[in-house]
Design a binder for this molecule. Structure first.
Ligand code: GLC
Length: 618
């Protein structure tokens, strides 16, 4: 992934610099001279954009206004997604699927890596997957979506239809002299590389991909699109290989960083052509600035080590402030054997990342949630369930990211740019505005220091109130990841279920902690079609304000033609010790005090008009 964009922060003031040039670049940011940035590129134009904030959200908002924002994904894309290199038969995939359901571990998406293909020929199913359409149907009826890997290298086999149809439209990257196709080598052996910079190639690729859609494949895992080529020491295409674009020809060395992005674009456009009403789901390993418009980005093959878990946190935060709001990692690590402890800590963290997918290499320790014993399984089930409880929050945050470019998972400096300690902490993050997560990143740790910026916080697990502006030592036994909520937080939770589509919104628990909140936008739509784009959505702003001794939680009047699925808001008011007085739209309400004694609950039937809940000590 190459995104030539940088953010600078000085005394809380942010600015951004984007050099729109896909050629190889070197950014020396104070490495040689402390106060100097030195940018060099091997070729290309000097198209520089400077974004003057002064806030971080403004800089990233403007950068994404220029380069694009994420599309609305299908809701199921926010669910849990296990993947493994080496499920060689349909029977094995079905066995894994059944295990998820038997063991009551929520799961939405299953992945097929290269073994599903016929001799690694792209867009085919091989001997291990004889009746692919029926397999997809069975898995679908059990609530799973299937995503297949799609590598760009097309096997150079004269009997292969995909290759021949590609040759008919002259789809492939050429050798330096522009006559013959460039031949490299990937999993299928000798292969040609579609020139995704050409519109004709993208259209043809989309038509080929449609064969998978017809068989019931729900999304596409665009991989090896760096692009990878085993036949050269630099593991990619020859720098002088030729791409033909509508703006003239380009040597590969200048097109290299665009290749993965243009492949993802072909995949998204092809998905839309094949099923115009559905929201495409495409993930890509390689991309360039702006690639967030087409695909989810994951951070490639991390190994199963503590160092790489730590890197993964930073990489996802960096991607988020570089426009790629929907991103994730190879959870658990790809090469090397994971350990139970590392796996638990990685899963606890990843359950908060926007794109939540495991992946592991052939021959390494299994990483299905049950593979590392019952203790690990129980902890992981709870993490995955918690993700599903938070799924509606993630959906609202995805809708926000689509509109504003704000990342779903944010570095502390997104909201606390004036606080130098917050700015420097790359090992904890915010989910939206209100939730602060501090993953455990050290082997053997049972506690960790968490920096809480200067306002009131509550420990999510115990409701303990903590004044911020300091480090706090958080308990973190193996079954707990430190989480804090901001005073003023409004946290919607829904019931976990076996997958996202069987979750209902009938009863939504709104957890509220005392403080101020200028609001988050509650958002609903049908979760899978493009109807939202024609205005078929429902939204309302939920805010928390103070009036003297009392707090006022307001669910603003709903807008949009769509009816909400919520029937009852179960409002849980935290941080109100002793007797409380509560009124809803001016009428006194009976409340239930929860056993924890720090919370009171009330059930409010939903209505589309404004709902005002006023509360405080009696
Ligand atoms: C490469 C990829 C890995 C994938 C494997 C097989 O090693 O990096 O993610 O599983 O190829 O497709």
């Amino acid at each position: 992934v190459s995104i030539p964009f940088a953010l600078s922060l000085r005394d809380g003031r942010a600015a951004g610099l984007f050099w729109d040039n896909p050629a190889r670049q070197i950014w020396d940011l104070g490495q040689t001279q402390l106060d100097e940035w030195k940018l060099t590129a091997a070729s290309g134009d000097i198209d520089l954009y400077l974004f003057v904030g002064p806030t971080v959200p403004e800089v990233v908002g403007n950068y994404t206004r220029l380069t694009g924002r994420i599309p609305m994904p299908p809701r199921w894309a926010l669910g849990y997604q296990p993947c493994r290199y080496r499920y060689e038969t349909a029977a094995r995939v079905e066995e894994v699927a059944q295990r998820f359901r038997q063991r009551k571990i929520p799961c939405d998406v299953l992945y097929l890596d290269i073994h599903h293909m016929d001799g690694y020929r792209v867009f085919t199913f091989g001997k291990g997957f004889p009746m692919a359409t029926e397999l997809m149907k069975r898995l679908r009826s059990d609530g799973f979506r299937v995503v297949t890997i799609v590598d760009p290298g097309v096997k150079d086999d004269p009997r292969f239809g995909v290759l021949n149809r590609g040759l008919e439209v002259d789809a492939f990257v050429k050798n330096a002299d522009g006559t013959a196709d460039f031949i490299g080598e990937v999993w299928p052996g000798k292969a040609r590389f579609p020139d995704f910079l050409r519109a004709e190639t993208r259209a043809w690729w989309g038509r080929e991909q449609a064969a998978l859609t017809r068989q019931g494949v729900a999304g596409f895992w665009n991989h090896m699109n760096a692009p990878s080529n085993f036949a050269r020491p630099d593991k990619t295409l020859a720098p002088e290989a030729i791409h033909r674009t509508e703006h003239g020809t380009l040597p590969h060395v200048e097109a290299h960083n665009l290749y993965g992005m243009q492949m993802a674009r072909a995949s998204r456009e092809g998905s839309l052509a094949a099923a115009p009403d559905q929201r495409p789901f495409v993930i890509t390993r390689a991309t360039y600035a702006g690639g967030q418009r087409d695909a989810v980005v994951w951070t490639g093959d991390h190994s199963s080590t503590w160092d790489q878990l730590r890197d993964s946190v930073q990489m996802l935060l960096n991607l988020g402030v570089s426009g790629v709001a929907f991103c994730g990692g190879n959870v658990g690590g790809f090469p090397d054997n994971t350990t139970p402890e590392l796996f638990v800590r990685w899963m606890q963290f990843a359950a908060f990342t926007p794109f939540f997918r495991n992946h592991s290499h052939l021959g390494t320790t299994d990483q299905e949630p049950w593979a590392l014993g019952p203790t690990v399984e129980a902890i992981i089930r709870r993490s995955i369930e918690q993700r599903y409880q938070l799924l509606q929050l993630y959906y609202c945050l995805v809708a926000e990211a689509r509109e504003t470019g704000a990342p779903i998972v944010r570095p502390l400096f997104w909201h606390y740019a004036n606080d130098p300690i917050a700015v420097a902490r790359g090992d904890q993050f915010l989910v939206g505005r209100d939730l602060l997560v501090a993953p455990v990143l050290e082997q053997g740790s049972v506690a960790r220091a968490v920096y809480l910026p200067n306002e009131t916080w509550y420990d999510f697990w115990t409701d303990e109130r903590i004044e911020g502006g300091c480090h706090h030592l958080a308990e973190a036994p193996l079954d707990r990841i430190p989480i804090f909520v901001r005073g003023g937080a409004i946290l919607p939770l829904i019931g976990a279920a076996q997958n996202s589509e069987s979750q209902d919104l009938c009863e939504v628990t709104l957890n509220v902690w005392p403080g101020l909140n200028d609001g988050f936008v509650w958002y609903e739509d049908d979760g899978e079609t493009q109807a939202f784009d024609q205005g078929d959505w429902h939204r309302r702003r939920i805010r928390l304000a103070r009036q003297g001794q009392r707090l006022i939680l307001t669910l603003g009047a709903a807008s949009g033609p769509r009816a909400s699925k919520v029937q009852v808001w179960r409002v849980i008011l935290h941080g109100i010790p002793g007797k409380a007085r509560v009124s809803v739209n001016g009428e006194r309400m009976d409340v239930v005090r929860m056993p924890e004694n720090r919370m009171i609950a009330l059930d409010i039937p939903n209505s589309s008009g404004e709902i005002r809940i006023k509360y405080g000590p009696a």
